[in-house]
Design a protein around this ligand. Structure first.
Ligand code: AMP
Length: 282
């Protein structure tokens, strides 16, 4: 493991890997957990070197409190990565080095993907994500970059970004890693009380029930079922539940043959916002 805090030294270190060797990349905001590690291990299996960026990107936060409280644990992250087998470069720049000037978002159009779900609820979020992922992909120039299905909308948007900007990197989606109670692992879980942590299991339980009933129930029935389940839970507040078309991410009102769907939830445990999703099998 080697730590780089500026683009120039990272670029120099990557030079010997540029021609015949493969470079994998995993962008993160740190406070690493098993979900991140699964992406890093996949990258290590498929490449000669893996770059893990650790950068809490200010431009993708629409809530100053959330940005301030976002866990920052660089030393523990370095220690965790040091236990892995393989060559890992950690890239942890400060904002001015990465942005090379004004720390601000560019505006993107991702064929409407950016207006659904997270886009509706977190203003400017995907402009921030698009901006930072574009800067990082241009800085690292990896062969493959790995993103979790935990942030499924982000994964689809990054695939679109690479298409729009004609970048040579292949984007690989990786399955969601969960806690033993089913809660999707997230850096934000560190902010949950033990009671909230247990209560948050409702998110995955609900997604699993929706999946089990997807064949036999209408979307309206499933929407009602989810609203009812959350209304009985005092620890979690549902922000949205959506069944969406996996390609367009548009809300599905009725199932149509030949389309694939996924169920998405965003919910608050106190001030901590949690998201999760699940593929629906017909
Ligand atoms: P973050 O640090 O939250 O920005 O996440 C960095 C990457 O790790 C993103 O591609 C996430 O989708 C992915 N990721 C986060 N949590 C999980 C998880 N529980 N399982 C799989 N991937 C995850």
């Amino acid at each position: 493991m080697t730590l780089y805090t500026d683009q120039n030294s990272l670029l120099k270190a990557l030079l010997p890997y540029r021609n015949s060797k493969k470079i994998g990349f995993i962008p993160t905001m740190g406070a690493l957990h098993e979900g991140h590690i699964s992406l890093i291990n996949k990258g290590l299996e498929e490449n000669n070197v893996v770059v893990v960026s650790i950068f809490v990107n200010p431009t993708q936060f629409d809530n100053a409190g959330d940005l301030k409280k976002y866990p920052r644990t660089l030393e523990a992250d370095i220690a965790l990565i040091s236990t892995l087998k393989g060559t890992v470069f950690i890239f942890s720049p400060d904002a001015t080095d990465l942005y090379q000037g004004k720390v601000a978002s560019k505006h993107f159009s991702f064929d409407g993907l950016e207006h659904e779900m997270e886009g509706k609820h977190r203003k400017g979020h995907f402009d921030g994500v698009g901006t930072v992922v574009s800067l990082l992909l241009k800085a690292v120039r990896p062969d493959k970059a790995y993103f979790g299905e935990k942030d499924f909308q982000q994964l689809q948007i990054v695939k679109k970004l690479v298409e729009i900007e004609n970048l040579p990197t292949k984007i690989i989606g990786c399955p969601i890693v969960r806690e033993s109670n089913g809660l999707a692992m997230s850096s934000r879980n560190k902010r949950l009380s033990p009671k909230q942590f247990e209560a948050a299991a409702i998110i995955h339980e609900t997604l699993s029930e929706v999946n089990q009933k997807f064949k036999t129930h209408s979307i309206a029935q499933l929407n009602a079922l989810v609203q009812q389940r959350f209304s009985k839970n005092n620890d979690l507040e549902l922000e949205y539940f959506e069944i969406a078309n996996v390609k367009t991410l548009k809300t599905a009102k009725h199932k149509r043959k030949g389309n694939n769907y996924r169920a998405f939830i965003a919910a608050f445990a106190g001030k901590v916002r949690l998201i999760d999703n699940k593929a629906l099998e017909e």
